[in-house]
Design a protein around this ligand. Structure first.
Ligand code: APR
Length: 229
């Protein structure tokens, strides 16, 4: 018999205990910056060196971080379920924890792309500076979805949520669209679990929702225990 399908939507909260800051935490700043000052095409046009420096730092910081019990717990679920992880995170902690199927909605710090062609993508292995050019002559930039840009991986993510037997939401405030709209695709009657010390403010669904109001490192293992019986 095939395993039931479980889809997990993760956000910055799952990586918080690995030392990576959330976006809308204390003070509403992301690593000392307003998100709009670093994560928009306008910011990149206005001050590319600053934006590149910021993301070079994020990349070093993310690679130095280690997966926590939240990431590892989601790998455990693969014993019982066919698991797909849809993450808004740009770090690679789900990969390094060992999850098999991961969709990065907002891009990845492991990849860079040409500012001229969103489909010209390569592995990002060294810091990027102004003047580092892709083969098409475009400035290299992080392969990251900035505010106001398209979210091409959304089309791949939606059918997974629609086919899910169970949806799990971990560590996202669900205020950023279109990612937040994914929960609307869960079919009626399918249960949703939320692991977050704070109930996500942007969650309006008719489905049954069970909240585990704890940090990911303790909440995900509890969820695993609950779902594995
Ligand atoms: N464990 C679980 N959840 C936590 C933890 C923790 N240890 N610490 C904080 N959280 C929760 C917060 O309560 C909040 O609900 O994580 C959530 C983080 O929300 P945001 O900072 O808004 O992050 P996220 O939802 O991932 O942001 C979405 O916004 O800036 C953009 O593109 C960026 O992907 C990002 C998107």
């Amino acid at each position: 018999m095939s395993k039931p399908k479980l889809v997990v939507l993760t956000g910055a909260g799952i990586s918080a205990e690995s030392g990576l800051k959330t976006f809308r935490g204390a003070g509403g700043l992301w690593e000392g910056h307003r998100v709009t000052d670093v994560a928009t095409p306008e910011a990149f046009r206005a001050d590319p060196e600053m934006v590149l420096r910021f993301y070079n730092e994020r990349r070093h910081q993310a690679f130095a971080a280690q997966p926590n019990a939240g990431h590892l717990g989601l790998v455990e679920l693969e014993k019982t379920f066919d698991v797909t992880i849809i993450t808004q995170n740009i770090d690679d902690l789900h990969e390094r924890a060992g999850s098999s199927h991961i969709i990065h909605l907002h891009g990845e710090l492991r990849k860079k792309r040409s500012a001229q062609n969103p489909n010209l993508i390569e592995d990002w292995v060294e810091d990027i500076h102004v003047g580092d050019l892709a083969p098409d002559g475009g400035q290299w930039r992080p392969h990251i979805v900035w505010f106001g840009e398209q979210v091409p991986m959304l089309d791949e993510a939606v059918p997974h949520v629609y086919q899910a037997d169970v949806l799990v939401v971990v560590g996202t405030s669900l205020v950023v669209y279109p990612a937040a709209s994914l929960v609307d695709y869960v079919r009626p009657g399918k249960k949703i679990y939320v692991v977050d010390p704070n109930r996500p403010s942007g969650m309006y669904v008719a489905n049954e929702v069970e909240f585990i109001e704890e940090p990911a490192s303790t909440g995900v293992p509890k969820l695993v225990e609950r779902l594995s019986v």
